[in-house]
Design a protein around this ligand. Structure first.
Ligand SMILES: NC(=O)c1ccc[n+]([C@@H]2O[C@H](COP(=O)([O-])OP(=O)(O)OC[C@H]3O[C@@H](n4cnc5c(N)ncnc54)[C@H](O)[C@@H]3O)[C@@H](O)[C@H]2O)c1
Ligand SMILES: CCCCCCCCCCCCC/C=C/C=O
Length: 927
């Protein structure tokens, strides 16, 4: 198939295509292949038993033994049966012949159909998918399997996937499930005229006759009904019994429910659960309108419905309108068997019918007067386990069947085969025009006469020939026709010898025209004839009467193997067969000399302990098989051994080289530290980090300690060098403080303004004020970020005392400016010459009231130290305390009183804004 085409297909199309392609290779047709596949399937089921049971435990709370007992053991049996009988099932099936076909080969040849689709249901997911698959494989088909989840691809999925699958063309569809979907399946199958098997369900009645052992009957019914929590296609759906029996039936059922599932089935491992909440709700709704006699307990979250019996149920009750498929068992009363039969026949044909009675006649009568997929008397479900019985429904409960040979036949095409020879044309004249009354008479004889030759003795056969001859004498004087008939009779005897089939002699049509004629008999027996095997090559010709004697030695005659191995073959093939193929031939083993039958010899071959064989490991050694085991285990250089360190397997002769490199090989620390458990792969890390004798650096190496010592001596060094370490750390701290200061300065440089204006926000004003007021000494000076008077100008800083300073201390806000050492001081005019203004901003909303900022302006006093050029190297910022007199600020100790500040919105959101403006003279800007 074109690869592109394949890739563009749906998953379902691909699965079917793959199966069909595999089928068309023809490999599934050989019996050996089918048997191998069946055995593989058997192995799979056996190997996966545990997982299979676990799956069903999760789905249906099935007990561990439930799945083997009710599903997989039956499947194993089905597979064994098919493997044992496949040769017979698949062989041509000879069928009886008419006089017209007396010398022809007439037989039925079962042949595979092609690709079979198996759609399974959830309640016994293995039985209903693998069961049909066994039939499909045995019949030589490919199969696509769609459980309720590459010759047999499995396609899992729900409705959408199944519908996609159904669009594909199959050669048979085997569906198990409910009838509604069954109709969808058939409709889809009709599109391709695909034959379909429908394994459906239905309401299987259970009639309990008054003439029966009620205790045993009820035990069997309770088992069949409540197994798998009632979710069994063939579970008894309802009970029919006479009114007088109802109470006793209920009592017996109740007793058995308790015996099987204890007083509290919720805790019993053998009692299952409903598959899902949808079905739980469906079942609970079925109870509506009926009387619960036993059970009825339920728990939706656990999908639990206890074993439940309903009494006096009416035919029109809800529970009687559909298949129950759960643990509800309605009892309906009828007057007796007649009414029960009528009740059953008024409804759809069920999948199973159960009759409990000690009266054999009644059982036979009920079987004769009803119809159902299967019927069981005095038990439930057990017909499912009998492989020789066809399992399937009828009418509404399904069509087609399986199990054992029935599955094989259902999934085979039973092809009618008639093989004639291009000889004996005279016999055909009776059907060729011109048609005459005489010819019609002969046609009537040949067509309507059916013979079965098996137990036809020699004398009977002779008598029959005589009768035919007599008829011929009575017939019109046609010599040609006489010849034709005598030819036919020769063929007839020959065929009898060949087929060894059975007699069913209904002679003759024209009794009144028949009489013995000894002379004619002699004539016929003296006719010259050829051997019946002339076409196969036998050259024998002689009188008719000598044929039997010849056949007893004819090389082309079919004979049974004298060893009774059940094979039939041409006599001339016998020597070869007896020498080489016969399962019962006697043989001596060349190696051990023992005697075997052919069959046993085949099994012996390849295991004879005295046979000389090469070592399987290909080490080149040769020895008798008897000692091979010992050699393989303990001597062979090519034997596999696990490395004792890394556990990987190696050939014996590569094990040593491996261990030279094995990462798990045990190693000793080169420092001889004595640490156990070091391997080749951990050695490096150990030496570097783990070894107690390894030399390590002092943990204070970053602070400058150069000490190096074994790991074990580090503690002592730490104790001894505390002083050194502290002074190293203090040096580190100092260096870091300077670095920090530099960094701060750089940040301020970058963030400060360069247009002669500073707008400084002081937050948390009331807290700061409060804090200062509560101090017993000192004041709090806050510093603004540094700013420049102009580009490349003076570097300045404003400071504020929230609680005042000097004369304003305790009552005013004080504001000062100071000139800081700046980058461009060498280029500037000194002392600092420009007018400075301070403003405290009124933060009132300008839309409501005109803000009234407090502003003070001064021209710098040229004698004031701070307005002289700052000494290079003086602190760039005075934060953290300023002791240098040249760094004192100039400004207003009583800039504004605290009282004044409260009058307008100078403090808003607990913050004040101080603005400083430097009036830069034009001529400086231009210079
Ligand atoms: N005769 C038997 O051997 C047998 C065995 C088991 C169950 N049953 C019957 O099956 C019924 C319970 O099974 P269920 O039908 O609930 O099982 P289910 O829900 O598993 O359906 C059966 C299969 O049909 C497929 N399916 C569902 N809807 C479909 C759709 N619209 N188109 C195509 N495929 C669809 C599902 O995927 C599944 O593979 C009962 O009636 C029971 O008696 C019969
Ligand atoms: C020795 C015990 C043999 C027990 C065999 C019991 C057979 C019971 C069959 C249960 C039905 C399994 C398949 C059902 C399909 C329909 O739902």
């Amino acid at each position: 198939m074109n690869d592109f085409l394949f890739r563009s297909m749906s998953r379902e199309q691909k699965a079917v295509e793959r199966a069909r392609k595999a089928f068309l290779t023809g490999r599934s047709q050989s019996l050996e292949y089918r048997i191998t596949q069946l055995k593989n399937l058997l192995r799979f089921i056996r190997e996966r038993q545990k997982e299979i049971a676990e799956g069903l435990k999760k789905d249906l709370r099935r007990s561990e033994c439930g799945t083997p007992l009710y599903e997989t053991l039956g499947l194993e049996n089905e597979i064994n049966l098919a493997v044992r009988n496949l040769k017979e099932w698949a062989a041509p099936r000879p069928v009886s012949k008419s006089m017209m076909t007396i010398s022809d080969q007439v037989y039925i040849q079962p042949e595979p159909l092609g690709v079979v689709l198996v759609i399974g249901a959830w309640n016994y997911p293995w039985a209903v998918t693998i069961g049909p698959l066994i039939g499909a494989i045995a019949a030589g088909n490919a199969a696509v399997i769609k459980p309720s989840e590459e010759l047999y691809p499995v396609v899992t999925g729900g409705v959408t996937e199944t519908q996609e699958l159904l669009k594909q063309r199959f050669d048979h569809i085997f569906y198990t499930g409910n009838g509604t979907v069954g109709k969808i399946i058939m409709e889809a199958a009709a599109k391709h005229l695909t034959p379909t098997t429908l394994e459906l369900g239905g309401k299987s009645p259970c009639y309990i006759d008054s003439n029966c052992d009620l205790a045993i009957a009820c035990r069997r019914v309770a088992w069949g009904k409540f197994l798998n929590c009632g979710q069994t296609c063939i579970a008894p759906d309802y009970i029919l019994c006479e009114p007088s029996m109802q109470d006793r039936v209920i009592e017996e059922l109740k007793k058995n429910i308790k015996d099987f599932y204890t007083e509290d089935p919720t805790k019993c491992l053998d009692y299952g659960r409903i598959i899902n909440q949808r079905h739980f709700k469906r079942l609970m709704a079925l109870l509506e309108g009926s009387t619960i006699a036993v059970g009825g307990e339920n728990n939706e979250s656990d999908c639990y419905i206890g074993p439940t019996i309903l009494r006096d149920v009416k035919p029109d009750a809800k529970v009687m309108q559909e298949e129950i498929f759960g643990p509800l068992l309605p009892i309906l009363t009828v007057s007796g068997a007649d009414e029960a039969i009528k009740f059953i026949n008024q409804r759809e044909k069920p999948l199973a019918l159960y009759i409990f009675s000690s009266d054999d006649k009644l059982i036979k009568r009920m079987i004769a007067e009803t119809s159902s997929g299967g019927v069981v008397a005095n038990d439930c479900l057990m017909h499912f386990s009998v492989s020789s019985l066809p399992f399937g429904g009828v009418g509404n409960s399904g069509m087609g069947c399986y199990h054992g040979k029935h599955g094989f036949d259902n999934l085979s095409h039973l092809r009618g085969c008639l093989i004639k020879k291009l000889k004996m044309e005279n016999v055909n004249k009776m059907r060729y025009p011109p048609h005459t009354v005489d010819k019609l008479g002969w046609a009537r004889f040949f067509i309507l006469k059916h013979v079965d030759f098996g137990s036809l003795g020699r004398m009977m056969l002779l008598a029959l020939m005589v009768i035919f001859a007599a008829v011929i004498v009575q017939a019109p004087n046609s010599m040609e026709f006489n010849m034709a008939l005598s030819n036919a009779l020769c063929a007839f005897t020959a065929d009898m010898a060949y087929t060894e089939s059975k007699v069913n002699l209904n002679i003759p049509l024209w009794n009144e025209e028949i009489f013995p004629d000894m002379e004619l008999e002699q004539q016929i027996l003296s006719l010259p004839i050829r051997c019946i095997h002339s076409e196969e090559g036998c050259r024998w010709t002689a009188q008719n009467k000598l044929l039997q004697a010849h056949l007893s030695v004819c090389e082309f005659n079919v004979v049974s193997c004298p060893n009774r191995c059940s094979v039939k073959l041409l006599r001339r093939e016998l020597p070869e067969h007896m020498q080489h193929d016969c399962a019962k031939r006697k043989l001596h083993c060349d190696h051990c000399g023992d005697e075997f039958t052919g069959e046993a010899y085949e099994n012996h071959q390849g295991v004879c302990p005295e046979e000389s064989v090469y070592c399987e490991n290909k080490c080149g050694a040769r020895m008798v098989r008897r000692v091979l085991g010992q050699h393989s285990v303990s001597e062979c250089p090519k034997r596999k051994l696990p490395c004792r360190y890394c556990k990987k397997e190696f050939l014996y002769d590569t094990l040593q080289p491996h261990q030279q490199q094995c990462p798990r090989f045990p190693m000793q620390c080169p420092n001889r530290c004595g640490t156990p458990g070091i391997t080749r792969e951990t050695l490096m890390a150990h030496v570097k980090e783990g070894c107690s004798t390894a030399m390590v650096l002092c943990p204070f190496r970053e602070a400058g300690c150069k000490h190096k010592c074994p790991k074990t001596a580090v503690g002592r060094h730490l104790e001894e060098a505390t002083h050194t370490h502290l002074s190293l750390l203090s040096g580190v701290v100092n260096r870091q403080r300077l670095e920090l200061r530099e960094l701060r300065r750089a940040v301020e440089e970058l963030s400060g303004s360069r247009d002669g204006t500073l707008l400084w926000k002081l937050t948390d004003f009331s807290q700061r004020l409060q804090e200062v007021k509560s101090r017993t000494s000192g004041s709090l000076e806050l510093f603004s970020p540094a700013f420049y008077s102009h580009n490349y100008g003076y570097r300045l800083q404003v400071s504020a005392f929230p609680n005042g300073n000097g004369s304003g201390e305790g009552s005013h806000l004080s504001v000062y400016i100071r000139v800081l050492p700046g980058e461009y001081d060498g280029l500037l005019e000194w002392p600092f010459p420009y007018r400075v203004s301070f403003s405290l901003l009124d933060q009132s909303d300008p839309a409501l009231t005109k803000p009234q900022h407090i502003t003070e302006t001064f021209i710098p006093d040229p004698t004031w130290k701070n307005f002289q050029r700052p000494r290079p190297g003086a602190l760039g910022s005075v934060r953290g305390g300023c002791l240098d007199e040249s760094m004192l600020g100039f400004g207003y100790p009583k800039f504004i009183s605290h009282e004044e500040m409260k009058k307008r919105n100078y403090i808003r959101d607990n913050a004040i804004f101080i603005k400083a403006t430097i009036d830069v003279v034009q001529k400086i800007l231009n210079s």
